[in-house]
Design a binder for this molecule. Structure first.
Ligand SMILES: Cc1cc2nc3c(=O)[nH]c(=O)nc-3n(C[C@H](O)[C@H](O)[C@H](O)COP(=O)(O)OP(=O)(O)OC[C@H]3O[C@@H](n4cnc5c(N)ncnc54)[C@H](O)[C@@H]3O)c2cc1C
Length: 261
């Protein structure tokens, strides 16, 4: 059980950061994960008063505030248009609507969970995160950063020509994924993010230009290429060997969906 002594709804991000420096204090997201922990929190830090609750869009990018819920992402017409419906597909199996109405993108990305559909999907979009005080860093860099006291303010997706497709394998429809796969073409470059390996999502780029021409044969070669570059291990949900084989299957499905083949 989690117990919280004090609650502060901060007025500034500086205040949030100062509070977060203390060991027993904790930034709140939607609390879906936090509430399952055994923890004594001294001060819970609520970011609601900061500008973190909306999906803002201009000509150059989408800025998704840390407190935007998974349900809001699922229902966002503009972001789903931009991602060919991929955003919806990436979150629709996460527990249920009520849960997705609470869980936030900030908590999901901050957690850098191995099973994360969000980390997998946003890695393939070449997204960035806005941190205080560190500044803006690529999600790829953030994934490998040591956990610190930064406050995650937003996830930024630059508007570039984009194609993306998302697929997972789950033992049961709302369970954690056994494997997650997002294939994308961002500004002419193909890449694939594989998550739930069960480790943190990793990114494989088409460095050898296998997809210079896209057809059934090159998709098969690319799927094998990705499979051979991804490390998978066993856990209670599936064996590493099964996951590895499924990498090839999911990459092939995503690529075909994305390219309409
Ligand atoms: C039963 C269950 C099933 C789930 N299944 C899936 C699944 O299938 N796929 C999937 O992708 N995810 C899944 N999740 C994870 C879920 O979608 C959320 O990612 C998770 O609950 C965290 O989001 P939250 O908003 O609840 O964050 P919280 O639980 O509030 O916070 C999580 C962590 O992030 C920190 N934090 C939150 N916001 C910020 C911020 N802005 N800046 C700095 N630190 C911050 C908190 O201090 C805490 O350490 C599941 C979770 C549960 C409990």
């Amino acid at each position: 059980m989690i117990t919280i002594k004090n609650y502060v709804s901060v007025d500034t991000v500086e205040e949030a950061y100062d509070l977060n420096k203390k060991r027993n204090n904790q930034v709140l997201g939607g609390m879906c994960w936090l509430k399952m922990m055994n923890k004594d929190v001294n001060t819970a830090i609520d970011l609601s008063k900061l500008n973190v609750k909306s999906i803002d869009e201009d000509e150059t990018c989408f800025r998704i505030g840390a407190y935007v819920t998974l349900r809001e992402l699922e229902m966002s017409t503009s972001f789903n248009e931009y991602t060919n419906g991929g955003m919806k597909k990436a979150v629709e199996h996460i527990v249920g609507v009520q849960f997705r109405n609470c869980a936030t993108i900030g908590g999901s990305i901050w957690g850098r969970f191995g099973f994360s559909d969000l980390l997998t999907f946003f890695l393939s979009l070449d997204a960035k995160v806005e941190l205080y005080p560190t500044g803006i860093v690529s999600l790829k860099e953030f994934r490998d950063m040591k956990v610190n006291n930064d406050i995650l303010l937003s996830v930024i997706v630059d508007k570039k020509p984009l194609k993306v497709a998302y697929q997972t394998i789950r033992n049961q429809s709302t369970d954690f994924p056994v494997l997650a796969c997002a294939c994308s073409n961002v500004d002419g470059k193909y890449n694939t993010a594989i998550g739930a390996r069960p480790g943190k999502a990793m990114l494989v780029e088409d460095d050898n230009n296998i997809l210079a021409e896209v057809n059934e044969e090159t998709i098969k070669a690319y799927s094998e290429y990705v499979m051979n570059r991804v490390d998978t291990i066993s856990d209670s949900r599936a064996s590493g060997e099964y996951r590895k084989r499924m990498v090839k299957v999911l990459v092939s499905r995503c690529m075909k969906e994305m390219e309409g083949i």
